[in-house]
Design a protein around this ligand. Sequence first.
Ligand code: NAP
Length: 323
Amino acid sequence: MKYNYCGNSGLLLPQISLGMWQNFGDADNIQVAREMILHAFENGVTHFDLANNYGIPRGSAESNFGRILNKELKDHRDELIITSKAGHLMWDGPYGDGSSRKYIMASINQSLKRTGLEYFDVFYSHRYNPETPLEETAQALIDIVKQGKALYIGLSKYPADKAEQMYRMMAEQHVKCVVYQDRYNMINRKVENAHVALNQKSGVGFVSFSPLAQGVLTDRYLHGIPKDSRVGRASNFLTKEDITPSLMASIEELNVIAVQRGQSLAQMALAWQLSKDYVTSVIIGASSVRQLQDNLDSIHNTSFAEEEALQIDQILDKHLIRE
Ligand SMILES: NC(=O)c1ccc[n+]([C@@H]2O[C@H](COP(=O)([O-])OP(=O)(O)OC[C@H]3O[C@@H](n4cnc5c(N)ncnc54)[C@H](OP(=O)(O)O)[C@@H]3O)[C@@H](O)[C@H]2O)c1
């Protein structure tokens, strides 16, 4: 595993991180979740990504991770980067969503309690909320660091101009935003418009999520929709309407290139990102140790011939999301 500096900060993140949005809640197989966490750590994955609302019911991914950590990885706390976020709906009433100071402060206290941690390594504002002044959110995040509840601050899913204003406000108070997190994969390239350049200019690291487009950029749906897949489990986030014949025909073509490279399609999709110097870390999801190991092996071949990269772009051309 290679570790990259996160922007201009001294924080090193592994090329591949493990996210706990899906498959780590009470509705999931907790034994598999435990094995994935331990397998990841044994293989150099030091960065685990959480949010207050992860898991069904909300918060259960934090509770489960906390239990496993406290039982089996307690002595390794200083070898781990554990992140959480607040910004999506978490509890009923006017204070359980958004990015107000009230919500962020209450939420981090709840997340610390659920995980049993004394502090998070990075705490994120999970998404931009136009209803709250940026100054209020920035100040809440700065105060969290000053209170010792998180070591670093991050932002996720902010329009580039709003992220830039946040970076400036935080830097003025000498609590820099160190990391920006957003969706990025071979199909969804929106961050290439402005975020990549902004982060590079601002010395902020970039961490990508859903690098496999939730499983689309793998062999998962090549022969139909498996019952135990994200689509098969009737997720709200990836549905059978997303798995179109036209998209699957292109995925078949991509798979041919992956085979020629001696990789699984998932490995090629991850390698495509790992080849880019502006990507600090990719946060993968997995539903089994086998998938996790498959993904970890992507680090062995991360270079692309110019022709391969062009072919990938041509195959995906009609599916690309750029705006
Ligand atoms: N900041 C944000 O707003 C935000 C939003 C979304 C995600 N995230 C973060 O990013 C993390 C990853 O998101 P994601 O789960 O969407 O990532 P992803 O890596 O794009 O998708 C993971 C899914 O792909 C399938 N898969 C993984 N490896 C595979 C392999 N080798 N072969 C075949 N299928 C494979 C599995 O689906 P099956 O379940 O079908 O097996 C797995 O659950 C989250 O856990 C979270 O930490 C952040």
